[in-house]
Design a protein around this ligand. Structure first.
Ligand SMILES: Nc1ncnc2c1ncn2[C@@H]1O[C@H](COP(=O)(O)OP(=O)(O)OP(=O)(O)O)[C@@H](O)[C@H]1O
Ligand SMILES: [Mg+2]
Length: 250
């Protein structure tokens, strides 16, 4: 079993508040791993630590074999660790095709040499189109982003992440703000992504989590309470206790 992403003894405090306390986990290549827990548990903070947006107080992060604990965020992206945000962060007036093409060009280095290398630019457009197609939003690729349905906008965020050619994709509540009846379809599309891609996602909807995750980590008060298969987590009385007591999402 090859490990795509691992965390060892991660520590983070905001003043006296422990938001990450001795966090340990390993995510094998290709796994769909869900991170769940009540509001304020520290889930988004954990993703911020993994991506380098926040500095750690202690511990070690590895991307594959590589120690990235002190790597700046852009190095982690180049290494294949890419995230989307809990809050929409798109350019409203670009079309999906423009936005994703720019992201592809950013990766290939064409963005610095935009005018002279039209031929390679064409390849970038084609790649962008393929990415949009794989997420089933190529039919809206010429519309302005602000005109897209919210679920389509969330898929566009994933498209932008895919344009960097990630090995590990971190999704912070990809279905946040999406109507409940559309979130199943959104996760169907996510589930259809390449099995070479490792996906670590935060999600509150337990139906979605139990359907799409092969493994679940449960976080409470900055600590990992337990981890297991969906079946193990569903049967564990501690999960119901924690969740029903504080958030009521189950
Ligand atoms: N920059 C910060 N400074 C101080 N406290 C913070 C900061 N960011 C987050 N926190 C606190 O850290 C705790 C964990 O927040 P975090 O956003 O990681 O939770 P979460 O599990 O993602 O919650 P949600 O499910 O609501 O998104 C919360 O108590 C929050 O108020
Ligand atoms: Mg969060």
């Amino acid at each position: 079993m090859t490990i795509a992403l691992s965390a060892k003894g991660l520590e983070k405090r905001f003043g006296s508040l422990v938001v990450a306390g001795d966090i340990n986990f390993e995510v094998p290549v290709g796994q769909r791993c869900a991170l769940i827990g009540p509001n304020g548990a520290g889930k988004t903070t954990l993703i911020n630590l993994l991506t380098g947006l926040l500095p750690l107080d202690g511990g070690e992060i590895r991307l594959g074999e590589v120690d990235i604990t002190r790597a700046p965020p852009q190095h982690r992206v180049r290494g294949g660790l890419v995230r989307t945000f809990q809050i929409n962060s798109l350019f409203p007036r670009l079309t999906p095709l423009e936005a994703v093409t720019m992201a592809v060009c950013e990766r290939t280095g064409e963005a610095r040499d935009f005018v002279r290398r039209l031929a390679t630019h064409e390849a970038a457009i084609e790649e962008a189109h393929d990415i949009l197609k794989s997420l089933r939003i190529s039919h809206v690729c010429y519309r302005e982003t602000r005109e897209l349905a919210y679920g389509q906008q969330r898929l566009l965020e994933i498209a932008l992440a895919l344009a960097t050619k990630p090995r590990v994709l971190l999704l912070d509540e990809p279905a946040a703000g999406v109507p409940k009846d559309e979130s199943g379809e959104l996760f169907n599309v996510i589930d259809g992504l390449s099995r070479d891609l490792t996906i670590f996602f935060i999600e509150h909807d337990m139906n979605v989590v139990f359907r799409f995750a092969s493994r679940i980590l449960v976080m409470v008060g900055g600590r990992l309470l337990l981890e297991g298969t969906p079946r193990e987590i569903a049967a564990d009385p501690r999960v119901r206790e924690v969740y029903l007591g504080k958030a009521g999402h189950v």
